[in-house]
Design a protein around this ligand. Sequence first.
Ligand SMILES: Nc1nc2c(ncn2[C@@H]2O[C@H](COP(=O)(O)OP(=O)(O)OP(=O)(O)O)[C@@H](O)[C@H]2O)c(=O)[nH]1
Ligand SMILES: [Mg+2]
Length: 190
Amino acid sequence: MEHDMFFKLVLIGDSNVGKTSINHRFCEGSFEEIFPWNHLDFKVKAIEMKGKKIKLGIWDTIGSERFVSFSTSYCRHAKGIILVYDVTDEETFDNIEEWLRRIGSQASKDVVKMLVGNKCDLTAQRVVSKERGERLARDHQMIFHEISAKNNVNVDTAFNDLVAAILEKIPELSDEWVVVEENVPPEKYC
Ligand SMILES: Nc1nc2c(ncn2[C@@H]2O[C@H](COP(=O)(O)OP(=O)(O)OP(=O)(O)O)[C@@H](O)[C@H]2O)c(=O)[nH]1
Ligand SMILES: [Mg+2]
């Protein structure tokens, strides 16, 4: 469909927190137990909000240490950055501040950030409380949601909140609405 705006979004965070699963859930509407690849991926999803047709280009980066500078470089020109941790893995939560520091120099200053605690379906294994997530998000002016890519909990809500916050930053009826489409592989349009 024709669209009024294109927003670049980036998923970032430690390996294994569920970035690929979240992107797959949001764009394809399903959950796969194992993704046998470990590479940069990109998906497009079209949504409508406030009467505007918006195309989201969502970059799914790689969490492992040796790809850090490669992954964070994708934050350039992003309108929204989704920082993901795993509520069952303390270290992934502790590393969020490190990810914030790493993206600091790459991201534009008006980027909207969202902190996401994934795998909230694993209640028995949880080690990071919702309150700690909320506090960290508040300290860094981020939107916050706990989600489950597996059980489809709060995934759409989280993306909708992020897009709504990005829209709020865009001046009404400005020509700047249409954001340049950067590095979009055409075969990935859906
Ligand atoms: N229980 C549960 N498992 C999940 C959820 N989301 C992802 N997983 C599992 O967590 C593992 C890692 O998920 P990925 O989506 O590959 O993680 P990633 O963040 O993309 O990892 P890298 O690509 O290595 O950076 C997989 O075994 C997924 O099936 C969830 O919401 N709940
Ligand atoms: Mg992945």
